[in-house]
Design a protein around this ligand. Structure first.
Ligand code: AMP
Ligand code: MG
Length: 491
């Protein structure tokens, strides 16, 4: 019985300087700890065959499946604002691409599969903790309906990796509509290799934005499309309280998926200045800064594309600036519409913005739990008792005043309470991957080889919008002693 991957590789057909052919490094004793069966089916893979010693070998990089063409992709990037001309897949290897059941091309990549020519001083490996974190958060994002890379499998390698301490090693199989980043464009632009920038842009248009090819200015259309996707993506992040944590240009997907779950976190108490990442000393990637940073990253992409947009440089710059100028409007529209939906407003009325701003202001002041506040308001829309939400505010005075305004505002709309509650529950999750829960899962796995908490958390997060009374404890914010104050990069 062999595991069949229906590979159809396109990136490996691009010019030689786009990547390096490199095989994963074998490991000692691979053990499959998680297989995402529904995702396997979506990709045209047989989950029963993958769930086998041979499958574990493949997912650990021991054995190369037929049709794979393993490569490490080259890219550059701005890290915390500093340009690094040579990054690339230092601990990831793209096995190849498959066309999924919906006709979408998907990358299948092993992360933590050994060194590559782009590893610099790194060991090319991943520790179990960050692999579990990425698995949990990426799948939770998918269940929340937010564009994201996916996790197909996690394998323990049977080896240790040296970080601050010795930790169990693991490999994550990551699936993406592509792994092309803003930093991929920067890699070639920084080398003044215009032919390569053009070949990459043509590849991205064909793969992600085929409609751009039919416009008068395909490369401008490409830029506009990436801007739209990123604007909408970041709005979606804010609407669930997600903090990416390391929005470097090499972690910014041109396909508009959330990628690279390192020091990411969902916030508990609402605070626009919230930062979790231990390396983000200045708050560059704070929750509320994310739209600004996305635009900064997109400006770096625009710089790469300017020479392609028009032979007339002034005209090209004007076009690129106009495209970047649309970011704020796009973001604002998506964010405002999302907030209105979170508050159960079926129409837009003058004064809504101010009302929403006042709620967020009160939440910030009282550090009210972001997720519970909106989920609680959904219940209030269905005429539940107000106490559950009031209790989230240390001093509920401002909330009480606000609540009366909101209740008056929704009463002026024709929808009945049950309709509004259902609509609100469909956009306000009860369950998010809270940091302290992820931490507990990692501890159980690393210290006790116990993956039951991991499975249970995944099962709860697969249905974030459903009340799951048996698992109500997963909806709760951390107790003071459970609070996770900092998160760390997965390196
Ligand atoms: P990240 O912070 O995960 O976005 O990674 C930034 C860069 O460092 C990328 O080029 C990674 O491939 C590389 N990198 C991160 N961790 C390792 C590692 N353990 N070994 C080799 N390269 C790594
Ligand atoms: Mg990265």
């Amino acid at each position: 019985m062999t595991v069949h991957f229906p590979f159809d590789n396109s990136y490996a057909a691009l010019p030689a300087d786009f990547f390096t052919r490199v095989a994963p490094t074998p490991v000692t004793r691979p053990r499959l700890i998680k297989l995402n069966r529904p995702l396997a089916l979506e990709l045209g893979l047989d989950p029963d065959r993958l769930d086998s010693p041979e499958g574990a070998d493949i997912l650990a990089g021991q054995r190369i499946p037929e049709g794979a063409d393993p490569i490490a992709m080259a890219y550059a990037g701005h890290q915390f604002g500093q340009f690094v001309p040579q990054l690339g897949d230092g601990r990831a290897i793209l096995l190849g691409e498959v066309i999924d059941k919906n006709g979408v091309r998907r990358d299948i990549q092993l992360k933590g599969s050994g060194p590559t020519p782009y590893s610099r001083r790194g060991d090319g490996r991943a520790a179990l903790g960050p692999v579990l974190r990425e698995y949990i958060v990426s799948e939770a994002m998918a269940a929340l309906g937010i564009p994201t890379t996916r996790s197909l499998a996690a394998v323990i390698t049977g080896e240790t990796v040296a970080r601050e301490t010795l930790l169990p090693g693991a490999v994550l199989t990551r699936v993406a509509t592509s792994h092309i980043r803003v930093g991929t464009f920067q890699f070639f632009a920084a080398r003044r290799n215009q032919d390569a920038v053009k070949a990459l842009a043509d590849h991205v248009i064909a793969r992600h934005y085929p409609n751009a090819a039919n416009t008068k200015q395909p490369y401008l259309a490409l830029l506009q499309e990436v801007i739209r996707r990123q604007a909408e993506l970041v709005a979606r992040w804010l609407l669930v309280g997600f903090i990416h944590g390391v929005m470097n240009t090499d972690n910014c997907s041109v396909a508009g998926e959330t990628i690279d779950y390192g020091p990411c976190a969902f916030m508990d108490g609402y605070d626009p200045a919230k930062v979790f990442s231990s390396i983000d000393q200045t708050g560059r990637y704070a929750y509320g800064n994310q739209p600004r940073i996305a635009l900064w990253n997109l400006t770096r992409l625009a710089e790469c594309l300017v020479p392609l947009i028009s032979d007339d440089q002034d005209a090209a710059i004007a076009d690129a600036e106009a495209a970047l100028g649309e970011f704020s409007e796009r973001f604002g529209k998506a964010y405002d519409a999302g907030l209105r939906a979170k508050l159960g407003l079926f129409t837009a009325q003058p004064g809504d913005r101010e009302m929403i701003g006042d709620l967020l202001g009160a939440m910030t002041e009282q550090q009210a739990d972001f997720t519970l506040t909106f989920r609680g308001l959904s219940d209030l829309a269905g005429n539940a008792e107000t106490d559950s939400v009031r209790g989230l505010f240390a001093d509920p005075t401002a909330f009480d005043l606000w609540l009366a305004r909101w209740q008056q505002r929704i009463a002026a709309e024709p929808q009945d309470a049950a309709t509004r509650k259902a609509a609100m529950q469909a956009v306000n999750p009860a369950f998010i991957p809270r940091n302290h829960r992820i931490q507990a899962v990692i501890e159980a796995a690393v210290e006790r080889d116990d993956f039951a908490p991991f499975e249970e958390l995944l099962a709860v997060l697969a249905h974030p919008f459903q009340d799951q009374p048996d698992f109500a404890r997963y909806a709760l914010p951390p107790q003071p002693h459970e609070q996770v104050l900092q998160t760390f990069c997965g390196t």
